[in-house]
Design a binder for this molecule. Sequence first.
Ligand code: 4NP
Length: 152
Amino acid sequence: MAKILMVCLGNICRSPLAEGILKSKLKSEVFFVDSAGTGAWHAGELPDKRSIAVAKKYGIDLTTQRARQFCLDDFSAFDYIYVMDKSNYENVCRLAPNDEAKKKVQLILNEYHPDKNMEVPDPYYGGDNGFDDVYNMLNEACEKIKIKLENA
Ligand code: 4NP
């Protein structure tokens, strides 16, 4: 079973959406999808209300998710680790025990815009529109990830 981890800073806005979107596209018997944050401030909490609302518009339920912090064991537990922005990339790679682990870490938007190193902006302090924009970016990237994984 291929295992995919989505990572952002708080694990309450972007990565829960990425988890929900990718899960909705893949068969759960074949793919395991989870998410985590590099920070621990929100551990145990539900996703942000605005992420829950935007996902609900598209028929995706995020309310079974609870935030947790990224940990060293995630490098062995997951095959693909997708981060939302460059600071997530630095924070995760800093913990990587070796090059093989580091190679698992990719900026998620590089799946849609290869080598452009674009970031999913943090919508936490912005307005509600930010969450729609984030949803659309993640949906495009997850569609590419689905195609890649199903053909791997
Ligand atoms: P996320 O957004 O990384 O997309 O979950 C954030 C959520 C909370 C905070 C920062 C970013 N915070 O500083 O509490």
